[in-house]
Design a protein around this ligand. Structure first.
Ligand code: NAD
Length: 432
């Protein structure tokens, strides 16, 4: 795809998203009960700003990049030529059903690929709208949307693609990677896990509680990088809980279950799963629910209970007390997708940065490292592999083909056979 073609598709995509902004919000409201503002911040606006950024920088990114030569190849020109992988498969989850299909798509298109999109079958209204929007912008040959359940995804995985970009759970990530290996297809896996929030040696417990409540309760906790649980000193626990309650009231009013700003749980299966997680705990705050929503809840978990093993993915916050910073290692076992730290101590900050391997980290806030596309977003270990956003997305969907153009005017005769001690001595000067 030429630069002009890529730009015109990105421009068209932006126009169509703006044209259907209200329909997208409506679909997200029906699927997840998201408010208009939350839908704009966490889904529509993110995609629009990603498109704007790609359009601004694409010309520069597409240029072959000169790199240095080594002595062994001198004189020559060496450069990296960005080429698209070909046809990529993008599989999305239900929690940010719009953004997590369109954001990778922006990278795929700006890098010049064709794409097959498989949105989540659980966010049915958004899935329907994605089909409509894509048809308005792309020919089916360029970008196709395939809808359906698990069997449809499995069928897609039997086909050969040049790249697979998957966002979803760690368990399904393993299935994707296994299937990709049949064709040696490279993958990006954007997975989940249990992201800790550590509060230690800070006088500002209010700040920590407000930021953790914001990160936990956006999309009712159904966010891959939501703080999963809190590790805090015993002495700070009561004030943390009080400030958390205060934050909830400030954000969602005195009865969050009735608030139009407070999203619902995607379906009954997840609703029941979350309620069963609470059963094994002592409820310190909240714990109420209605047919669709679960109120912001703080619990004290029992050791080794299910809530401390599986990703919670809902508005329930276990709170665990620790005495020393070293104890965080007892709780952070798999490499998390995100880690949050609230501290005023440089020593604690250094300890966490240097001892915890994590996909990404925000200090003194939650979620926000996701919003800086210069950082790149992704997991490590069981929380995933590869990263995207901004230039990282272009790079993810690009093969940087190394090309060496050798000058005919000079050569190193010593590299040719027959061998001799003299030639080898010369080579040893270069390769050492
Ligand atoms: P999921 O893994 O169940 O489903 C994701 C996609 O995989 C869906 O499109 C689904 O159709 C497909 N799928 C499900 N089971 C499959 C199977 N057996 N074989 C082939 N395909 C299958 O995930 P989900 O429930 O939709 O989303 C929640 C998970 O996604 C959480 O773990 C969350 O942390 C993670 N997530 C990660 C990110 C990220 O950016 N890292 C973002 C959002 C969500």
């Amino acid at each position: 795809m030429t630069y002009q073609e890529r730009i015109s598709y990105l421009k068209r995509l932006k126009e169509v998203i703006l044209k259907y902004e209200l329909d997208i919000k409506e679909a997200l409201y029906l699927d997840l009960g998201k408010s208009s503002q939350e839908s704009y911040i966490t889904e529509i606006g993110l995609v629009l700003s990603e498109i704007t950024y790609h359009m601004k920088h694409l010309k520069k990114w597409m240029k072959p990049k000169r790199v240095k030569n080594t002595l062994a190849v001198f004189p020559a020109k060496s450069f990296l030529v960005p080429e698209p992988f070909g046809k990529v498969l993008i599989i999305g989850p239900w929690n940010y059903p719009f953004q997590l299909i369109f954001n990778p798509l922006v990278g795929a298109i700006s890098a010049g690929n064709k794409a097959v999109l498989k949105p989540s079958e659980l966010a049915v209204n958004t899935e329907k709208l994605i089909v409509k929007l894509i048809k308005e912008v792309f020919s089916e040959d360029l970008v196709e949307v395939v809808t359906g359940g698990v069997e449809v995804t499995q069928e897609l995985l039997n086909q050969r693609f040049d790249y697979i970009f998957f966002t979803g759970s760690t368990n399904v990530g393993k299935i994707i990677m296994r299937a990709a290996s049949n064709n040696l297809t490279p993958v990006t896996l954007e997975l989940g896990g249990k992201s800790p929030a550590i509060v230690m040696d800070t006088k500002d417990i209010k700040h920590a509680a407000y930021k953790i409540a914001f990160g936990k309760l956006i999309n009712a906790g159904q966010t891959c990088i939501a703080p999963d649980y809190v590790l805090i000193r015993e002495k700070d626990k009561p004030s943390f809980i009080e400030y958390y309650k205060e934050a909830v009231t400030k954000y969602y009013g005195s009865n969050p279950l009735e608030s139009n700003d407070y999203p619902k749980i995607i379906n009954n299966r997840h609703h029941q799963r979350l309620l069963s997680l609470v059963k094994e705990t002592t409820i310190l705050y909240g714990g109420t629910s209605n047919e669709f929503k679960i109120a912001p809840t703080i619990v004290e978990p029992k050791i080794n209970s299910k809530i401390m093993v599986e990703e919670i993915f809902g508005p329930i916050l276990p709170i665990i007390t620790i005495n020393q910073i070293e104890e965080i290692k007892d709780y952070i076992q798999e490499k998390p997708l995100a880690t949050y730290l609230f501290t005023e101590s440089k020593k604690i900050e250094d300890y966490v940065i240097n001892n915890i391997s994590t996909g990404g980290m925000t200090i003194n806030d939650t979620l926000m490292h996701f919003s800086n596309h210069h950082l790149g977003f992704g997991g490590v270990g069981h929380s995933g592999m590869g990263k995207y956003h901004g230039k990282h997305s272009f790079d993810t969907f690009t093969h940087f083909k190394p090309v060496l153009k050798k000058s005919k005017h000079f050569d190193v005769p010593a590299k040719y056979l027959p061998s001799s001690d003299k030639k080898e001595r010369f080579i040893k000067h270069i390769l050492k």
